[in-house]
Each structure stands twice: as C-alpha cells, then as structure tokens.
Write a protein that binds this ligand. Structure first.
Ligand SMILES: Cc1cc2nc3c(=O)[nH]c(=O)nc-3n(C[C@H](O)[C@H](O)[C@H](O)COP(=O)(O)OP(=O)(O)OC[C@H]3O[C@@H](n4cnc5c(N)ncnc54)[C@H](O)[C@@H]3O)c2cc1C
Length: 465
C-alpha cells in the first residue's frame, strides 16, 4: 500500500531557532528529534539520511539498554555494562547528529516544541520512541514493595536484594524468617518471568550450595504466578508446555490462573485466597506506554499513542486525522494494522522494524516520494529457561532444548550493541556454561528498595519471628 504525503512545508529555520537552551547548532536542514534511544529510536537514527536532516536524539540515560538480558544482570550472569551501549557511539557515526541526555516531559504540537528538564527544543519532525513503563495497575503497595525489571538500575537492585536475602538467611536462626528470606515469587509467566525463574533455579541448583555450605539451599522456594491458563501465553502452546515442563523439572512451583491481589513486603496475597510469605516479589506482569504529556485523549488508547501504518500519530484516531510531523513507534505506539487488530507484538523486533521503516519514509519525504505502509515481518519469538533449555517459535518451525538455546544465544549476541559487549557476553556465557558458575554475585550497592544492607532496623527485622 502506498500513501501519498500531504502538503509538506518546512518551517524549521530561524523563526523558531531562538529556542537554543539545549545547545543544538543551527542547520539549514529540517530537524528530526527522536525521543528515546531504545531499539526503535536507534534503528531510526541508523537509517535516517543526515544529508537531508539534522538529527537530534534525546534520552534520559546516556546508554541504550538491551532489555532482553536484564534478567541475567539481576541473577548474576552478566555485568550491567555488557548489556548497555553508549548512545554517543551511535550518534557520533553520523554528521549533523546530536545526542542530549535529558528527560522530555511535554510536547506542544502547535508550536512544534518540546519541554525538557534542560530547557525547550523545537523540531520539524518528532519521533516518540519512549518505550514502555511498568504497570502496577494502580496498586501502590505493589509498586512500593515489588521489584520491577525494566531498567539497568532495576536489575542491579534485584541482584543486590537476592544476595542480601541469602546473606541474611545465613545469619537468622528463626526457621520462619529463613523461609521468608529464601522464598522468591515472580509474577507474570511471559518470557521475563520464565527467564527469571529459570535463572533463580540454576542459582539454587548449581551455584548457591557451594557459596552457602551452612545453608540448606534445597529449601529455597521459587514460585511463578500467572493469571492466564498457561506459561508463555503470548507464544505457541508447544512453547508454553515445554517451558512449563522445564521449569517444573528445575523445581519451580507454577500457579496458573492465579491473580495477585496484594503484597506488603512480607506476604503475597493471591486472589484465590492463598498466601505466600516472601521477602521478594519480582513483578513481570505488565507494562504500559511511556507517554509524554501534550497529546490529547483522542491520540491515546489504553496508555499508548495510536498511530497509522506510516507511524503518524493520530490527532483523533476516531476520525483518522493525523499529525503530519509527529510519529511514534515501538512499545509506546499502538499501530492500527489490519493483520494485528490487538496491536503489534511488544517486541524488540517490532520496534526495530518500525524504526527502519519510519526512517526510510522520512528519507522519502525529503525526496518527495510517496510513503510506504509498515508491514511486520514475524521473525519468531524466543525464551530461555536455562542451560540447554529454551523454546523458539520460528516462522515455520518450533525448536527447543539445546538447539533452541543455541539459537537464543546467537540471536541475543547478534543484537547487542558494540563488539565489546558481544565479546564480553559471549565470554561470560562460555565461562558460566563450563564452570556452572555465575561470577557476578556482588552486592556492590544495597538495593535501593532497602537502602542499608545491614542497618540496625534490618537486623532487628531479620530476627523477628
Ligand atoms: C525484562 C524485559 C525482557 C524483554 N525480553 C525481550 C525479548 O527477549 N525479546 C524481545 O523481542 N523483546 C523483549 N522485551 C521487549 C523489548 O525490550 C521492547 O519491546 C523494546 O525495548 C521496545 O523498544 P522501544 O524502542 O519501543 O523502547 P525501549 O527500548 O524501551 O527504549 C525507550 C527509550 O526511551 C527513553 N525514554 C523514555 N522516556 C523518556 C523521556 N521522557 N525522555 C527521554 N528519554 C526517554 C528510555 O530511557 C529508553 O532508552 C523485553 C522487555 C523487558 C522489559
């Protein structure tokens, strides 16, 4: 399908260039501002023609996060640096391309201006690629006590917390307290939840008994709680069933068709009336679009920006009126797409493909060519459960076991940013594979949920029966 682009007139130059507070030099080319250096934003930059556009990338962090491997940081398999790539490494490759580390709070689509914590910035074309944020479905207690896994800092918090719990377990004498410290609950049996449970089970079975000889590590409990009736609900039934078998064999307790009601930091209450005493609840159960302010209610549905098949944000998705110069992609966007009535899958692949297609369309705009509609190429979905255990729904074939796991490894290494990260991750995995070890079990800084690792209050709390 071909879209012709409506009347395009740039108003980019000096009239609005008094807004220089984030110090982007003037240019005689239209300015494309991309908010978010995630999978979609980075792909868009790579493909955008910097002979035709001045490109500005904005992100609240100065690095790209490879979210699929966050769980490995959280469970001591990888260092955080090896799954993060500096965004300047990407922008420095292109001319007239700039990076600014700042947080965007609002867009004014009439003025074509962004409000950021460093001052305003004007754009000619805007790409919103801000991804998703954790959704606790309005439960403040869950938000306070549960561990999310979306950012590098979350993974570091969870890693510290897991090892703080184990250190405390060796100190306390009360069996009740020990049990709570050594019980881990993961909510959400999507790939993240499954991978966290698998990694915890591997720690329990292969690593911790040697580290904590005085502790009865076999009493450590891992629970996976899922509202739907199977594991990996977004993948094929075969994958879900295989993943369930793997996890159960590794000692994970799976609770299907079970909703989580509340968590106060000590007891998880499930909606079926069951309660699990635990000091750790990992929340892998929901995300929602990471919106910036300034879009009207007719642009937003279920917490995401509604876009058409050329990624134009709808001013009004009911009447199909669009903003000519504002685009959104990836997890923050919901594309009205005839093949995907419930939206494209919330995967890195879909963000990357949209980023590339949108950049190509912007290049076409500059060349006065008609735009192409986005078509998603399903390259499959993967989830790993542990060594030699993964499931892979590839377009024409289902794979599991060693082959699935090998494909999972290769794909993840290929998509990491930078040769150094690829090499470090590969070396770590080889080491972990042959030594059955997980070398990064460090509490470098206490979990920010519980600031002081061994405060008086914490020791008091530890000894409470
Ligand atoms: C734990 C976990 C595991 C996953 N595993 C897989 C997997 O195995 N396979 C897979 O395909 N997908 C996986 N995903 C999903 C995948 O990571 C996302 O679909 C993908 O990251 C979406 O890309 P994006 O470009 O839309 O957003 P993101 O990659 O999330 O990037 C958004 C960027 O925007 C920045 N940002 C946000 N708000 C602002 C603001 N206001 N101002 C400035 N910057 C801002 C953020 O800092 C971030 O860099 C996983 C996700 C998680 C959380």
């Amino acid at each position: 399908m071909i879209f012709s682009f409506p009347d395009r007139k740039f108003s980019y130059m000096t009239d609005r260039n008094n807004l220089f507070s984030v110090n982007i030099p003037n240019s005689d080319k239209p300015r494309v501002v991309i908010i978010g250096g995630g999978f979609g934003g980075v792909r868009a930059i790579n493909k955008l023609d910097s002979n035709k556009y001045q490109i500005v990338l904005l992100d609240r962090y100065n690095y790209h996060t490879f979210q699929p491997l966050l769980y490995q940081v959280a469970t001591a398999g990888l260092e955080p640096d090896s799954i993060a790539g500096p965004l300047r490494k990407i922008t420095k490759k292109k001319k007239d391309t700039y990076f600014r580390m700042l947080r965007v709070s609002e867009v004014n689509t009439d003025e074509k201006t962004l409000t950021t914590n460093a001052g305003p910035l004007n754009y000619d074309y805007l790409i919103v690629a801000t991804g998703a944020k954790i959704n606790f479905f309005g439960n403040d207690r869950l938000a306070k006590h549960a561990f999310p896994l979306k950012q590098v800092t979350h993974a570091l918090d969870l890693r510290s917390h897991i090892f703080q719990q184990l250190e405390k377990s060796e100190i306390v004498t009360s069996e009740k307290q020990k049990k709570r410290l050594m019980t881990f609950v993961v909510v959400g049996a999507g790939p993240t939840g499954v991978e966290v449970c698998g990694a915890l089970a591997e720690l329990k079975n292969n690593v911790l008994p040697r580290d904590y000889p005085q502790l009865d590590v076999s009493s450590m409990q891992i629970h996976l709680v899922e509202g739907k009736n199977r594991v990996l609900p977004a993948m094929s039934e075969k994958s879900g069933e295989k993943a369930r078998q793997y996890l159960e064999k590794m000692g994970v307790n799976i609770h299907l068709e079970t909703l989580t009601d509340d968590y106060d930091g000590k007891i998880v209450k499930l909606k079926n009336g069951q309660q699990i005493e635990t000091g750790t609840l990992v929340w892998a159960a929901g995300v929602q679009g990471n919106l910036i302010n300034g879009f009207g209610e007719k642009s937003i549905k279920k917490g995401t920006l509604m876009v058409n098949e050329t990624n134009h944000v709808f001013k009004n998705y009911e009447t199909k009126v669009i903003y000519n110069d504002v685009f959104a992609l990836g997890d923050v966007a919901h594309m009205l797409h005839e093949d995907y009535p419930n939206g494209l899958p919330g995967l890195a692949q879909s963000a990357m493909q949209q980023g590339e297609q949108l950049a190509e369309n912007l290049n076409r705009i500059a060349a006065n060519k008609p735009l192409k509609a986005f078509r998603y190429k399903n390259k499959g979905a993967l989830a790993t459960i542990g060594r030699n255990k993964a499931v892979a729904d590839l377009p024409k074939i289902f794979l599991s076991g060693f082959i699935g796991w090998f494909i999972w490894m290769v794909v993840h290494i290929l998509f990491l940013i930078g040769f150094r990260n690829k090499a470090v991750v590969f070396a770590n995995w080889i080491w972990n594979y042959f030594t059955y070890d997980r070398g990064i079990r460090l509490i470098l800084r206490p979990s920010s949920k519980k600031k002081d690792q061994m405060s008086k209050e914490m020791i008091q709390e530890m000894h409470e029966a």
